[in-house]
Design a protein around this ligand. Structure first.
Ligand SMILES: *Cc1c(COP(=O)(O)O)cnc(C)c1O
Length: 224
């Protein structure tokens, strides 16, 4: 199946209110452009170098999301154009984003990446760490970032019940954080969960944003 066809199929299957982020990491620019020409506008990348190169190649109305671990020393390269940083996993990173955004007069939308998988390799904050961050005076002082929700990745497994459990856990985190910190803030509304293999389970748990790579572009040569 071609890229345009895959996108059309996903659009039919996924409810209108759920945003599809096409994960284009490792994919060449021409394929990303092919997806763009099929109407896809939001793309997720996890390497800053690759992201900045593709951003120059694609039309200006392309929406770029950072979905992988972001090093603080790379923040300045993405802040000028990025639409959403989905992978905020420390106060230090958030502070750096705030500083760089402030310098150029932008406000950057961010998601907190929560650790829901039991695998140790996954980045992300525990619920306790997230709460501590939200309570900190530093966080409250940031004027150039806006937290718009949470992101998480389930364990890579065939065990459906476990994946479901992790997505529902993330949804509960979202509700609690929304109630305690953002009850009057309509822009805190995104629950980014679900990839090619598990997006249907994520939708059941209330996902508002799915990050789909291989179902759109085909299998990657190496997984990262
Ligand atoms: C690679 C990646 C995806 C997409 O994975 P697929 O299985 O190809 O859909 C989604 N989210 C994150 C954070 C990723 O790194």
């Amino acid at each position: 199946m071609g890229i345009a066809e895959s996108i059309a199929l996903l659009r039919k299957e996924i409810p209108q209110h759920v945003k599809i982020v096409a994960v284009s990491k490792t994919m060449p620019q021409v394929l990303v452009k092919e997806a763009y020409d099929a109407g896809q506008r939001a793309f997720g990348e996890n390497r800053v170098q690759e992201l900045t190169e593709k951003q120059l190649f694609l039309p200006k109305d392309t929406e770029w999301h950072v979905i992988g671990h972001l090093q603080t020393n790379k923040v300045k390269y993405v802040v000028p154009f990025v639409s959403l940083i989905q992978s905020v996993d420390s106060l230090k990173l958030l502070s750096e984003i705030n500083q760089e955004a402030c310098k150029i007069g932008r406000t950057i939308d961010c998601l907190l990446q929560m650790r829901i998988a039991r695998e140790e390799t996954k980045f992300g904050l525990s619920f306790a760490e997230a709460k501590q961050m939200l309570n900190s005076d530093e966080f409250k002082s940031y004027q150039s970032i806006k937290l718009t929700g949470l992101m998480g990745m389930a364990t890579f497994t065939n065990e459906t019940s476990r994946i479901k459990e992790e997505f529902f856990q993330l949804a509960r985190y979202f509700e609690e954080i929304k109630t305690k910190w953002f009850s009057n803030d309509a822009s805190f509304r995104e629950l980014s969960m679900g990839m090619s293999g598990d997006y249907k389970l994520a939708l059941e748990a209330g996902s508002t944003m799915v990050r789909i790579g291989s179902l759109i572009f085909g299998e990657r040569n190496y997984n990262r």
